[in-house]
Design a protein around this ligand. Structure first.
Ligand code: HEM
Length: 154
């Protein structure tokens, strides 16, 4: 049971990346309306990912990396995970600003910032899929501990 939510949220993160890539392609082709639709869909999918991730972290917990894997691989996994989290958080913030710039019709700024946002999200999305594969597919997941337990001290 505790691997079904990560699988669902990983599917959302993967689809979100695909939508953003298609959205970028649309604006390069000059199709503004399609660009807007794909980017908004990409942002909604990213938001769904985030909501699943946060509620799982609070109520079910984060899963530690397998304790049967070699230490070097575990260390590499955590470095990779931290990079992924930094990219995900930064592109989330950039995504909000990029959307605001679009709706304020500040398109020159939107275009500049949008490129950084899209590039970062196109790194975040596949690296999120990679985190899932490392954590659940290549090695059996380690212990899962709910954040709420830590908060309530139970
Ligand atoms: C987070 C969501 C979005 C991202 C990541 C994004 C990304 C981008 C990027 C990368 C470009 C420049 C493409 C290039 O020349 O290489 C761009 C341009 C543009 N975007 Fe977005 N976009 C987003 C949402 C939107 C929305 C919601 C709208 C409409 C309300 C919009 C309207 C436009 C327009 C009109 C341009 C052309 C600007 C110009 O050429 O002067 N975008 N966007």
């Amino acid at each position: 049971m505790h691997t079904i939510l990560p699988l669902i949220s990983t599917i959302f993160i993967a689809l979100s990346g695909i939508l953003v890539a298609i959205g970028w392609y649309q604006i390069i082709k000059g199709r503004r309306e399609l660009h807007q639709k794909f980017m908004v869909a990409g942002a909604i999918f990213a938001l769904i990912f985030f909501l699943i991730y946060v509620s799982r972290t609070i109520f079910i917990g984060n899963t530690a990396f397998s304790d049967t894997a070699p230490v070097a691989i575990r260390d590499a996994y955590y470095v990779f995970l931290i990079c992924h989290i930094i990219f995900a958080t930064t592109s989330g913030v950039f995504g909000i600003v990029t959307l605001l710039l679009a709706y304020k019709e500040k398109f020159a700024k939107h275009k500049k910032m949008g490129r950084y946002t899209a590039i970062m999200w196109l790194i975040t999305s596949p690296s999120g899929v990679m985190v899932y594969i490392l954590l659940y597919v290549m090695y059996p997941g380690g212990a899962t501990k709910p954040a709420i337990d830590a908060i309530l001290g139970s």
